[in-house]
Design a protein around this ligand. Sequence first.
Ligand code: TRP
Length: 324
Amino acid sequence: MSKTPTVVRAPAPASDRLTLDVLEGLRKSPKQLSAVWFYDEEGSCLFDSICELPEYYLTRTELRIMREHADEMADAIGAHAALIEFGSGSSEKTRILLDKLDDLACYVPIDISRDYLFETAGLLARDYPALRITPVCADFTQPFDLPVHIAAAHRRVVYFPGSTLGNFEEDAAQRVLTTMRTIIGRKGAVLIGIDLRKDPNVLKRAYNDAAGVTAEFNLNALRHVNRELGADFDVDAFEHSALWIENQSRIEMHLISKRDQEVHLGEETVRIKRGEHLRTECCHKYTLEGFAELASRADLAVTRVWTDPEQKFSVQMLEAKKIQ
Ligand code: TRP
């Protein structure tokens, strides 16, 4: 078997399509900017720094849960599975699974950040020489192709760590779960990291750290739009803010304009007032019951829940609901 990863490339979306998407968000009230813009190379590096912040308990807690229960998780995944990861980033958590899964049929990391994806796939190929790795560069909220060879695996298991599902609005989260349910069929499984509801002050600190790394990460979305689409956001004239919205059970990340400004993008001029908010990200926090209900609407049942002693975070296994 060849050790060189086979590559499935999705074409980069046309830049005028992206411009229209950004303009559409900026016409909303309150204004919005898609979180897709966080993840250029610089953004991906900043994100890795967020994961190490003392206030940001999510990654640390999830890693701990993964390490403590890796054997059980590997058992639950089973033999000769295709492991398909949504939003793979640095694949750090995946390594914990890969270390236990020596008979995996293949690993398919999917990520929107092309350079980062291929760099990570290269590092993994070096560390797991016997593993077939097929990176897919795609936005997993849009239709994408999976490599045909996953059909040979005994079952398909989608891995979605990092509480990334919480970054989708409820309808979109349900659609992502439905996509996963379609991929896994009746026999497969989803292994997903879900952050749990807790003291809002702990949450607000996690998304507004003292060192200002999350602020830089949020502001970088504007830099990315400037660079990629030729816009002229005055990045220094924005301020980061993280708000807890109780009735939606979510943290919202905003960028607040410090002055009146005009931004030029494509053919259009967008006016942003002093004090006006651009919403960039939502981070929903679930109760175990609330998440089970969401999964159920995508025809998925929670079959295992692993958590830390303080129930800060959870890693859950979902499988197709039994036909009654
Ligand atoms: N999904 C993680 C979370 O909700 C990571 C994440 C996504 C994040 N977007 C973010 C972290 C924006 C900080 C800021 O926390």
